[in-house]
Ligand binder design. Structure first.
Ligand code: FES
Ligand SMILES: [Fe+2]
Length: 444
């Protein structure tokens, strides 16, 4: 019988809340811990904002989120990407009320203050009512302390002390580069629309699962059974005995991890292993009719996913050919954005079948995961006296091995992923960051 022992009040003894092989369930349910995450995680470290291809033209803008903070990303008249808070410098109204669009700037709907697409204040109705010192106040829209792009992936942080973005990405850079290569290179990526859905769970339920190779044969049993019965195996069937597969799970530093499915997925014929897709036969005929015989297989495999679950802490997941973004809403709610990608160099047929591939998992499999995320949150919330979440799998088998380059590699069902990112989470929650926004004039 499980006994209730030692219930401690929720506190911020981080070493008690996050231990080597277990974490305390309050870190998922506590509103005060969520509030601290919004400063210590979703502001003090680099957070993924958007891909540059989403705002390709001068004047393009899109709302983006750094945890609970809302920003506007723009492409300014110089062709540069800007980021500033969606918060008027007058009395705080949001200046942008549309999800995305194109324009020369933003006029606050409340009293009509005007900002250009670099966030600079340039127009105030009834300006003579302000005195000579008014110009000295810094009233441009607030810019984050740091903004940087890695090969088109735009990140930002409010922490001027955060290390350079490339340093932060650490071992994930190699896998990002390989993911980008699968899309035909950085310039070739066109991020398209997103499927979005709301989950009644803490954001970490999603991140926990992003590096979980253990759940697949159980959570996605019906999907695998259907694929197996109809096709005699196929996509993801290698997860049935995952620890004996060719796949690996890597801890890449700074909370980033990857499940590398490629050794199994591309061993035989990744195209043949796809689940049913409308238009699949026509596409295959089109490829066979239109490309050189030696290029047929590689062209067909452009339509399948990159074979990675690459997790960039805290909010960016590159899965298949998709860019998933985790947006925490409150301790018990999360919004997920699944962005599809197109290849700029591909014909309509290839981009269409890529879209069918990218619809496959969110439609066929993600609902299995979403249900488990919500039921994990519910289970934790309804049994607060049962305090701990176990993350010890493979920690005592000696199979998580540190390689010479500092990466740790383990069996694909290891909970190495959670142990690695909670180490980073704890370090950040213990830190004492300075968070800064800049409202001074934008440098020329
Ligand atoms: S709040 Fe924006 S102009 Fe007054
Ligand atoms: Fe899953």
């Amino acid at each position: 019988m499980n006994k209730v022992i030692n219930i401690k009040p929720i506190d911020t003894d981080w070493d008690w809340l996050v231990q080597d092989y277990r974490v305390h369930s309050s870190i998922y349910t506590s509103d005060s811990i969520f509030t601290q995450e919004m400063s210590h995680i979703f502001a003090a470290t680099w957070v993924y904002m958007l891909h540059e291809s989403e705002i390709p033209n001068v004047g393009d803008f899109r709302k983006v989120w750094m945890g609970s903070r809302e920003f506007i990303a723009t492409r300014d008249d110089n062709g540069e990407v800007n980021l500033f808070a969606n918060r008027c410098s007058h009395r705080g109204a949001t200046v942008c009320r549309e999800h995305q669009g194109n324009g020369s700037g933003f006029t606050c709907p409340y009293h009509g203050w005007k900002y250009d697409n670099q966030g600079q204040l340039f127009g105030i109705p009834g300006k003579t009512a302000y005195g000579p010192d008014f110009k000295k106040r810094e009233l441009h829209l607030a810019r984050p302390a740091q903004l940087a792009s890695y090969k088109g992936f735009v990140f930002a942080t409010l922490n001027p002390g955060a290390p350079a973005l490339e340093e932060h990405l650490a071992g994930a850079r190699r896998f990002m580069d390989e993911w980008i290569d699968h899309q035909g290179g950085a310039e070739n990526i066109q991020v398209a629309g997103a499927q979005r859905f709301q989950l009644e769970c803490n954001w970490k339920m999603v991140y926990d699962n992003a590096g979980d190779g253990y759940h697949v044969p159980f959570s996605h049993q019906s999907l695998l059974m259907m694929t197996n019965e109809r096709y005699g195996g196929g996509d993801m069937s290698y997860f049935a005995d995952a620890d004996r597969s060719g796949m690996s799970l890597y801890s890449l530093g700074n909370g980033h991890t990857v499940i590398d499915q490629r050794p199994d997925m591309f061993r035989d014929n990744a195209w043949e292993q796809q689940r049913p897709q409308p238009g699949r036969e026509n596409f295959e005929k089109h490829v066979k009719d239109s490309v050189a015989p030696n290029d047929i297989q590689s062209t067909l495999e452009n339509a399948v996913g990159a074979g990675m679950n690459l997790n960039i802490f805290p909010n960016l997941l590159l899965i298949g050919n998709q860019i998933q973004v985790i947006q925490p809403m409150c301790a018990a709610a999360t919004t997920m954005h699944w962005y599809a990608t197109r290849r700029k160099d591909a014909d309509a047929e290839l981009n269409t079948i890529r879209m069918r591939t990218q619809e496959d998992f969110p439609v066929m499999g993600e609902m299995d995961d979403a249900t488990n995320f919500e039921e994990c949150h519910r289970g934790i919330a309804i049994s607060p006296e049962d305090e701990w979440i176990d993350i010890s799998r493979h920690s005592e088998t000696g199979k998580d091995i540190e390689s010479d380059d500092g990466l740790v590699v383990g069996p694909v069902t290891s909970e190495l992923h959670m142990r690695a990112y909670y180490t980073q989470w704890k370090q950040l929650m213990k830190s004492n960051p300075t968070l800064i926004v800049d409202k001074s004039k934008v440098p020329a």
